[in-house]
Design a protein around this ligand. Sequence first.
Ligand code: TNX
Length: 506
Amino acid sequence: MSTDLAIVPAPVSVEAASGTWFTLEGSTRILAAPGSAEAATAGEQLATVLRRSTGYPLPVSAGPPATRAGAISLELTGDDRLGDEGYELVVTGESATLRANRPAGLFMGAQTLRQLLPPAIEGTTVQPGSWRLPGGRIVDHPRFAWRGAMLDVARHFFTVAEVKRFIDLIALYKLNVLHLHLTDDQGWRIAIGSRPRLATHGGSTQVGGGPGGSYTQPQYAEIVGYARDRHVTVVPEIDVPGHTNAALASYSELSCDGRARELYTGMEVGLSSLCVDEPATWRFLDEVLGELAALTPGPYLHIGGDEVQTLSERQYGGFVERVQQLVGAHGKRAIGWQEIAKARLLPTTAAQWWDPRTGGDAIRAAVRQGTKLVLSPAPMTYLDMKYDEHTRLGLDWAGHVEVRDAYEWEPSTVLDGVGDADVLGVEAPLWSETLRSIADVERMTFPRLPGIAEVGWSPVAARGWEGFRRRLAAHGPRWSAMAVDYHRSPQVPWPDQPARRSGGAR
Ligand code: TNX
């Protein structure tokens, strides 16, 4: 392995054994350490990817390995130096061995192994190719526990199949949180049993007035399960007390004047609020958060809290303080956008920093009280910002965000008075006011998201723009092989050749 292997995010340590290769062949087997159903599951997942393009059978067996020769082995070792998500990958001329302490580590290591193979490995049909893994040893584990992407399914609705595709793509870059922005003024996207009109009426449109849509509870559970199989935790967001027009249109008792609002299909923000002092509002929140908590295995529920323009400070602070208690009563922790730092937060409540223009003092004060942050500074991580003035999709209120902007920032210094220990991790939000299809989503996500993934995963010593842009360039052909639409940023030295024709190792 040479140090310029195109692995994104960059691993903690890479030792090359130059000139050594392990070649996948028709006879290659995948071995899961004996007695470990979890290693066998990780082996099957890897085999599923590799079979499509190699056409090899790659049988997965869980028996004791008489020999590792000719095999990719996956082993759970109980070596807790690697933590929950770390792994070690050793490739010799005879074998490839992936070891981890926990199943998530095997999954992360398998993503690295994919990236060591030629781009055509990502093809969905059998490709010609010489399927060689470079020899050496990689030891790797993440810097931050929270490496997220947010998908706004409220402004435009995305189907279960589209969300699964998004999960596949973020998991390839070792992200482990999918924040689903499920409700906003323009749409309510999750069925609530006790409040059916939220989905049937509140979910019936979207920005621009299209048909909208919503997930049934079994569909939401399917998304959560699909994510969990890829070691991604879903953090669902019910955005309150603002961004609630779809709810106000569905149930008249949620508005202070008792009148149902019209559905909204524009792009303004800050136009709506629940009637925060009404008991009916709290019954509503109890039911919604209760049902959502029961459907969500992850520890966090996101309660929004952003851009409220119609409440007094007292009303807003009181609302946040009460809603976080309610989340706690349903067995979860609350996270909210940075504005919630104006309220007195529980030690378990986290805040998501997004707007560097305002609110710094309130955030610093909350951090001094122990609040942990997820960092999503808009000028670096907002995937809905245009790349440059020629970008067809997206907004530009936080400026243009090119690949280098998304990559070249440092979590421990980006916000004065906030250091590593205050940070849970990083997250890239993708708001969908202007995005109508999964191709639109992909074009805004790639190539920026891999940069943000590296900010969240890799140690500072492994990072650097020049190295990154060269590694990133090698992913263009991978995205082509997966039919992922991406922005061909002029900052990245993309190879000219399409992946499908390059075939062998590069
Ligand atoms: C601000 S970021 C919002 C969203 C918009 C987004 C557009 C945040 C917490 N609120 O409602 O969709 O800007 O970039």
